[in-house]
Write a protein that binds this ligand. Structure first.
Ligand code: 13P
Length: 246
């Protein structure tokens, strides 16, 4: 198994100057995990340039499925790549909740990202009412099948999954290591069913109120391959502690 991957999703936070300071600090530091930053898109080119030659990757938080056109305010896969970024985060629950993204529209974005050679990190996860009504695994299966429909087994090698239970995002209510492990094992089994046995190696990150205090217990679980961190990733010290927790 590869080493852990710890990713920062800054959402709509930080000025360019603050982002540059974070990048300089991270360049000077060491982490056991591979690190990845999803900054706001205006900073992609600058952060990619600052972190060139390091092992820290940079990715976009979102992109449009179309190649180009009259889509004011949107960015395409080719634009993300041309900024030096290697990854894109897709299907975050905040995109689903506030911007009307659906499994079908996310599927279009996943296919466009892979076509342009980007690595796609697909976010999936159940709401609290879905969990309480015992539908968690059905929801996860449908999200995987629908968001990854039409993706070839070869392209699937560039997919990473982030399991982010919606009820755990920004709430301080982290999933227990057992809840995370159970979901991750199910996701791994579903991916193998969709793409073949070798996809059991796909990295599956946990996201939702990850902190320096709870990261190690999550990372001890067999199928937790890293973390997608929101709030705690805004502070370089906290982010590095999570990157060294495994
Ligand atoms: P928090 O770590 O703030 O709960 O956010 C998680 C998240 O949404 C990462 O994508």
């Amino acid at each position: 198994m590869e080493n852990l991957l710890v990713a920062a999703n800054w959402k709509m936070h930080k000025t360019l100057q603050e982002a540059e300071e974070f990048a300089e600090d991270i360049k000077a530091a060491k982490a056991k995990a591979s690190l990845l930053i999803f900054p706001p898109s205006p900073y992609l080119a600058r952060l990619s340039a600052l972190l060139e030659g390091t092992s820290v990757e940079v990715g976009a938080q979102n992109m449009h499925a179309e190649e180009k056109g009259a889509f004011t305010g949107e960015i395409s896969a080719a634009m993300v790549k041309s900024c030096g970024a290697s990854r894109v985060l897709l299907g975050h629950s905040e995109r689903r909740q506030h911007f009307g993204e659906t499994n079908a529209s996310i599927n279009g974005k996943v296919k466009a990202a892979l076509k342009h050679g980007l690595k796609a990190m697909l976010c999936i996860g159940e709401t609290s009412s879905e969990r309480e009504s015992g539908r968690t695994m059905d929801v996860l299966r449908a999200q995987l099948e629908e968001c990854l429909g039409g993706v070839s087994a070869k392209e699937a090698g560039r997919i990473t999954i982030a399991y982010e239970p919606v009820w755990a995002i920004g709430t301080g209510k982290t999933a227990t290591p057992q809840q995370a492990q159970e979901a991750h094992a199910f996701i791994r089994k579903t991916l193998s069913g969709l793409f073949g046995k070798e996809y059991s190696k796909t990295r599956i990150l946990y996201g939702g109120s990850v902190t320096p205090e709870n990261a190690a217990s999550l990372f001890r679980e067999k199928d937790v391959d890293g973390a997608l961190v929101g709030g705690a990733s805004l502070d370089v010290g906290k982010f590095l502690k999570i990157g060294n927790a495994g």
